[in-house]
Write a protein that binds this ligand. Structure first.
Ligand code: ATP
Ligand code: MG
Length: 413
């Protein structure tokens, strides 16, 4: 048998105790901002039928084509570790008849997601997302409110150098027609394009907008823009979203070339980036997905939502010292009396740590200092001495007086 020391799979990482606090801050901020706006938390399973993503996210997307962790279970069913949260939440909405609730149904989530991509800074194979979805209304106020909520979260967490890009995709039919027009423009100017763009004209003509190649950039300056091709009702919807963001004082850039890697988007599309991040600058984004419910076998149900990466939020946020957990009492003793005292103090609602390593008297006091304990109970043959670590005062107390004393001290602090 090999005795090689095993490591976590590539692209995964451990959330160590010292990382937990910062993540707790993200979760608390999400709960307060989204909960405050009437969004309720939902958790869907970590794996789903593969078909949900194949149909919901779209066959032509990078996610479905190459990024999914897919496996067969013992019953021969194809399952996939969820690469994103919107299709599962739509599935849940339909499965639980949430159309019977007051619309839109406003939900948020936080949990791990899985994509088999090349690991690098800010890009993992298991990563965490916080997200929000509002299902059942196509009102532009829904889109604007969702953008405002992610904006609030990003600012609450102190994410640096934030930019918000906004666009609109119209309907799939508009997109189809536009695509033909763009391809025709590229074909007409083929000789001036970079080789790479030329080779992908049919596959992904939108990519030409991102090119650095001078000739390609010139050609793209006169390229048709999707935003100019929107049907009147979609253009109107987009104007209504923008008017609300303007009224709320949210700054954004209109980006007519904004595209996202999921097929289900219609109309509004947005992305928050941070220039403080390197190549992986996307902090979070989303959009409207009025066609998704039908794609996964439901009736027509409009919806809108976003997801943000927890790791990227933290990478782009100001380093803040996480608050150290308060310790009311450190029980410096190893016998049953010490154990009973810790149990009694915890029952009384105190944060208590117990000596667990058989340290010397001196070692125990050092440990109490290290963890920032307010009081230390030192147990010896004669009973219990309580030391106030703030004043340095020490007094001998009857065993049943210790807890009351600590509680009183805490109230005085
Ligand atoms: P990217 O452009 O970085 O590939 P994406 O368009 O694939 O992002 P979405 O599917 O919209 O991203 O997911 C929303 C957010 O989730 C992203 O903005 C990012 O913060 C985060 N995210 C996506 N993929 C990963 C990953 N592999 N590792 C860490 N975070 C990720
Ligand atoms: Mg991606």
């Amino acid at each position: 048998m090999s005795s090689e020391r095993l490591q976590a799979p590539r692209g995964t990482y451990d959330v160590l105790p010292e990382d937990d606090e910062a993540r707790g801050v993200v979760e608390a901020a999400a709960r307060s901002i989204l909960g405050g706006a009437g969004y309720r938390r939902i958790e869907t399973p970590v794996f789903e039928h593969t078909e949900l993503f194949a149909r919901g996210v779209g066959q032509s997307t990078d996610i479905v084509q190459k990024e999914m962790y897919t496996f067969d279970d013992a019953g021969g069913r194809s399952l996939t570790l969820r690469p994103e949260g919107t299709a599962p939440i739509m599935r849940s909405y339909l499965e639980h008849g949430m159309h019977k609730l007051a619309q839109p149904v406003k939900l948020w989530y936080l949990g791990p997601f899985f994509r088999q991509e090349k690991p690098q800074a800010g890009r993992y194979r298991q990563f965490w997302q916080v997200g929000a979805e509002a299902i059942g209304s196509d009102d532009p106020a829904v889109d604007a409110e969702l953008i405002l909520l992610l904006h609030a979260l990003v600012f609450e967490l102190g994410v640096r150098e934030v930019r918000l890009r906004l666009g609109s995709l119209g309907t799939p039919a508009t997109r189809e027609a536009y695509r033909d027009k763009l391809v025709a423009h590229l074909r007409a100017n083929e000789d001036r394009l970079s080789e790479e763009v030329r080779g992908r004209i049919d596959l992904n003509p939108m990519r030409a907008f991102d090119a650095d190649h001078p000739g390609t950039r010139e050609v793209m300056q006169s390229a048709p823009l999707l935003l100019d091709e929107l049907a009147p009702e979609d253009a109107e919807h987009f104007a209504e979203v923008r008017a609300r963001l303007d009224a709320a004082g949210v700054e954004y850039e209109i980006d007519p070339t904004l595209v996202r890697g999921l097929d289900y988007y219609t109309r509004t599309l947005f992305e928050f980036t941070s220039d403080a991040l390197g190549a992986q600058s996307g902090v979070g984004g989303g959009g409207r997905y009025d066609g998704l419910a039908e794609q996964v076998g439901g009736p027509h149900v409009p919806g809108c939502g976003w997801a943000a990466g927890i790791e990227r939020l933290l990478l782009a946020a100001d380093e803040r010292r996480a608050p150290v957990e308060a310790v009311d009492l450190y029980v410096a003793g190893t016998g049953v009396e010490a154990f009973a005292l810790a149990a009694e103090a915890r029952r009384a609602g105190l944060a208590v740590q117990l000596e667990l390593a058989g340290r010397s008297r001196k070692g125990m006091l050092k440990q109490a200092d290290r963890i920032g304990a307010r009081y230390v109970a030192i147990l010896d043959e004669e009973g219990t001495q309580l030391k106030d670590m703030e004043t340095g005062e020490q007094e001998r107390l009857a065993p049943d007086a210790v807890v009351a004393h600590v509680i009183r001290g805490r109230h005085l602090a």
